[in-house]
Design a protein around this ligand. Structure first.
Ligand SMILES: *Cc1c(COP(=O)(O)O)cnc(C)c1O
Length: 210
């Protein structure tokens, strides 16, 4: 934010995971930093209400220096030009936001945290893998020591072979320009998550050579 302030660059912050913060962790919006930087904050229903197909989101304009004056009216025009989410969901939005008890979000975050612990505890024992415990959201990033998996040309082949042999798909870090890492999704039911992690472990233990 300091760099943005110095260079007079507005910030676009994607805060879609704002409510998926695990118990014991705190979420801080960039708006709270009060850095004097005009900021556009994106949020939406998809993740916190587990409705990815609804495609309803919003942009919060946080601008204590009024630099985004023209942007605000441009955003309003944009919402009237592009195909938005269906009107039923738009009409339901105030009720969705006002009437959902906070226990819904708390219990979702607790579930995700429990799943993260299950995946972490299992995968930390796999050869060549170093899982990182997340503080929120629905993913876990795992470091893969590819020097021990030299029989594969890279993360794509590693993930492809794991899918063929274990029917488990992990997203290769190459998708995020992050080789030597992969990402798993932890939303699946506990028994399936555990089984998937055990299969990942078997695959790694079978091939890892060092
Ligand atoms: C899912 C997601 C969004 C929003 O998804 P929509 O389905 O388009 O509402 C935005 N940012 C990130 C990082 C996401 O993972």
């Amino acid at each position: 934010m300091n760099v943005a302030h110095r260079r007079r660059i507005p910030v676009i912050a994607d805060e879609i995971y704002e409510r998926l913060v695990f118990p014991g962790e705190t979420f801080v919006s960039v708006a709270a930093l009060e850095a004097g930087v005009p900021t556009l904050i994106c949020g939406g229903l998809a993740k916190r209400f587990l409705v990815p197909g609804w495609r309803l989101g919003w942009i919060v304009v946080h601008d204590d220096v009024s630099a985004l004056h023209d942007i605000r009216s441009a955003l309003v025009r944009l919402t009237q030009r592009t195909i938005g989410s269906c009107t039923l969901v738009q009409a339901a939005l105030p009720a969705i936001l006002h009437q959902t008890p906070s226990t819904f979000h708390e219990s979702l975050a607790e579930t995700l945290q429990r799943h993260a612990h299950i995946a972490f505890d299992c995968l930390k024992k796999a050869k060549g893998l170093t899982p990182y415990m997340p503080q929120g959201a629905m993913y876990m990033v795992i470091e893969v020591d590819m020097t021990g998996f030299a029989m594969f040309s890279g993360g794509l082949e590693f993930a492809g072979r794991m899918m063929e042999e274990e029917s488990v798909f992990c997203l290769p870090g190459e998708c995020f320009f992050l080789p030597n890492f992969m990402r798993i999704v932890i939303t699946v039911p506990e028994e399936l998550l555990l089984e998937a992690c055990e299969r990942i472990t078997q695959f790694c233990n079978r091939y890892y050579q060092k």
